[in-house]
Design a protein around this ligand. Sequence first.
Ligand SMILES: Cc1cc2nc3c(=O)[nH]c(=O)nc-3n(C[C@H](O)[C@H](O)[C@H](O)COP(=O)(O)OP(=O)(O)OC[C@H]3O[C@@H](n4cnc5c(N)ncnc54)[C@H](O)[C@@H]3O)c2cc1C
Ligand SMILES: *[C@@H]1O[C@H](CO)[C@@H](O)[C@H](O)[C@H]1NC(C)=O
Ligand SMILES: *[C@@H]1O[C@H](CO)[C@@H](O)[C@H](O)[C@H]1NC(C)=O
Ligand SMILES: *[C@@H]1O[C@H](CO)[C@@H](O)[C@H](O)[C@H]1NC(C)=O
Ligand SMILES: *[C@@H]1O[C@H](CO)[C@@H](O)[C@H](O)[C@H]1NC(C)=O
Ligand SMILES: *[C@@H]1O[C@H](CO)[C@@H](O)[C@H](O)[C@H]1NC(C)=O
Ligand SMILES: *[C@@H]1O[C@H](CO)[C@@H](O)[C@H](O)[C@H]1NC(C)=O
Ligand SMILES: *[C@@H]1O[C@H](CO)[C@@H](O)[C@H](O)[C@H]1NC(C)=O
Ligand SMILES: *[C@@H]1O[C@H](CO)[C@@H](O)[C@H](O)[C@H]1NC(C)=O
Length: 575
Amino acid sequence: MEKSSFLAPGISLFLLLLLFNVSASVAAPTAESVYTPFLQCLRNYTSEQVSNIVFAQTNSSFSSVLQAYIRNARFNTTSTPKPLLVVTPTREPHVQGAVICAKNINIQLKIRSGGHDYEGISYISDQPFIILDMFHFRNITVDVRNEVAVVQAGATLGEVYYRIWEKSKVLGFPAGVCPTVGVGGHLSGGGYGNMLRKHGLSVDHVVDAKIVDVKGWIFDKEGMGEDLFWAIRGGGGASYGVILSYTVKLVAVPEVVTVFRVMKSLDQNENVTELVLQWQQVAPHTDDRLFMRLLLQPVSSKVVKGQRTIRATVMALFLGGAGEVVTLLEKEFPLLGLSKDNCTEMSWIDSMLWWGNFDNTTKPDALLERDLNSASFLKRKSDYVQKPISKDGLEEIWEKMVELGKTGFVFNPYGGKMSEVASDATPFPHRLGNLFKIQYSVNWDEPGVDVENNFTSQARELYSYMTPFVSNSPRSAFLNYRDLDIGTNSFGKNSYEEGRVYGVKYFNDNFERLVKIKTAVDPENFFRNEQSIPIHPGHDSTGASNSGAAKLLHFSLCWKLTVKVGWLLFLKFIT
Ligand SMILES: Cc1cc2nc3c(=O)[nH]c(=O)nc-3n(C[C@H](O)[C@H](O)[C@H](O)COP(=O)(O)OP(=O)(O)OC[C@H]3O[C@@H](n4cnc5c(N)ncnc54)[C@H](O)[C@@H]3O)c2cc1C
Ligand SMILES: *[C@@H]1O[C@H](CO)[C@@H](O)[C@H](O)[C@H]1NC(C)=O
Ligand SMILES: *[C@@H]1O[C@H](CO)[C@@H](O)[C@H](O)[C@H]1NC(C)=O
Ligand SMILES: *[C@@H]1O[C@H](CO)[C@@H](O)[C@H](O)[C@H]1NC(C)=O
Ligand SMILES: *[C@@H]1O[C@H](CO)[C@@H](O)[C@H](O)[C@H]1NC(C)=O
Ligand SMILES: *[C@@H]1O[C@H](CO)[C@@H](O)[C@H](O)[C@H]1NC(C)=O
Ligand SMILES: *[C@@H]1O[C@H](CO)[C@@H](O)[C@H](O)[C@H]1NC(C)=O
Ligand SMILES: *[C@@H]1O[C@H](CO)[C@@H](O)[C@H](O)[C@H]1NC(C)=O
Ligand SMILES: *[C@@H]1O[C@H](CO)[C@@H](O)[C@H](O)[C@H]1NC(C)=O
């Protein structure tokens, strides 16, 4: 009794402190409680006005700012979790401040560039969060003489293609075929398009980058070091920091390219199965200037009313003239029956419009369009095929697709340059040995949970059906085709084990190196999301890194910063 009363004041003070600390860190931040401290903190990092870049939930523009870069209607409903704030930086110090201040008030930061993430993880979360929306960072500087461009993260691919075309008709860049996709997510996740067999991935052409790290420092390639520079070329930027820009090497494109689209339908006694068998033999091995995408869709039969059938569409880009590709395919792919009438010759920039499904009278400035009026509800999944699927296999697959009714496939052939780049040259591992990648694709237009479950579960069923035909151990997947079905990381722990589940699917043997780099540059796991790279399991999560690699890297970062700052001061001093 005496003892406890003697100790009481100390204990209660201790408890009080403890309670205070606990309640301060546990009380869930709300839209009201976050706005003022965040703004006050942000003011400390820039001399300019900041109140005009932060949108609170009560702001009349909040919804339109939030919705402007939602590209999947599934995540545009009233029940979709909303951010407490949307921060729209216009200058670098805003980004640095946003990182530091989100960390100070202990709130999750989601980074959005073009908003095309298939699972919406750049703008939703199941815990309180802020969106750092990079759409103002859209400057593109094209240097034709050196054949490089500096591209800010919030620029769209369409803008990149347009700005290159403005300056040169014989330069281009290998990246995705949808012009509204953002550079920030696309390049940090790998990035591929219709020049993949000739030029590889977008990340195979990244020569420099600018990133804001967890301490709010800005580094270029030299400052961030080889490891981090490696990680942000395919490992996903959002695990490592905020990408401000990439510097990319441009590639030569011919003045005239050729496109074609040929369709065959199973019910019209056209040999769809034979066509696909031959496609598997030709598409991954042919001239690397030729990219022949194969779409397979269950559609309504035109022959038997009320029946479903399979339609195959070959969509192609050839980096050369029509005569040449027709001759080539008469020999290699006779079942396609390609004639010159099926081909259209055009400039490279017009081919980007053609692939973007624009009308053939559309002018290139359509590539600058950002305001899409709507987007479908959609679900995507991915797989890699390493040995050709047999005739029997294909026929079983057609049956399953017709039974399910709506989910289709996009087969994207690999080979060419993709087989020449080492699988550990970038975090993207799916190189030599992969014949093609499958994208599972289902879109629908009616809202509602039942409809959504219907379509997402049919995509999952088809994925499960495909197990014997695709890669295994691991069953590989493409990071940019974000799919939360393959595993997610629950928040608040150093869940290396959870991270490994999806990590080896996206990155195969490159996963461990990504973990090592993550542990070194962001030991407290501030930059996290549903599928981010986890911290190494041996790491002490209090933040004091016990990894030698981490210490070394921090040392070299600090040292480089000191040298840089010192040099700047010196320059200031002498001028
Ligand atoms: C219609 C459509 C067509 C597509 N076509 C292709 C294609 O042809 N080829 C292909 O490879 N992919 C394609 N994709 C997939 C696309 O590449 C990925 O969804 C890509 O991540 C989108 O980038 P974003 O900036 O638009 O997306 P966001 O949703 O903004 O971001 C995606 C991810 O990257 C992170 N991120 C975004 N910006 C930054 C940044 N500045 N710093 C750090 N992390 C950041 C986000 O936090 C998120 O985790 C397509 C997607 C759609 C919806
Ligand atoms: C802002 O800076 C002032 C002084 O420079 C400091 O006292 C204050 O704590 C800082 N506020 C935040 C929220 O960081
Ligand atoms: C909404 O937020 C923006 C950005 O911070 C600001 O400029 C604007 O004044 C706000 N509008 C209203 C009505 O609060
Ligand atoms: C989101 O919903 C708004 C209306 O609430 C609509 O104007 C907008 O087009 C929708 N965007 C998408 C991508 O569904
Ligand atoms: C884009 O470039 C313009 C002109 O050089 C500059 O004023 C602006 O600050 C740049 N924007 C960003 C986000 O860097
Ligand atoms: C391809 O051209 C031939 C004639 O040369 C024509 O019969 C056929 O319909 C064309 N196919 C497509 C898909 O346009
Ligand atoms: C389908 O293939 C068979 C032999 O493989 C051939 O005899 C037949 O003519 C083909 N049909 C069509 C429509 O091409
Ligand atoms: C556009 O396509 C139509 C046929 O669909 C064709 O008649 C027309 O010549 C094409 N125009 C251009 C500019 O290529
Ligand atoms: C589910 O999908 C099937 C086939 O696509 C369809 O017949 C059924 O009506 C759908 N149900 C709902 C609730 O959409």
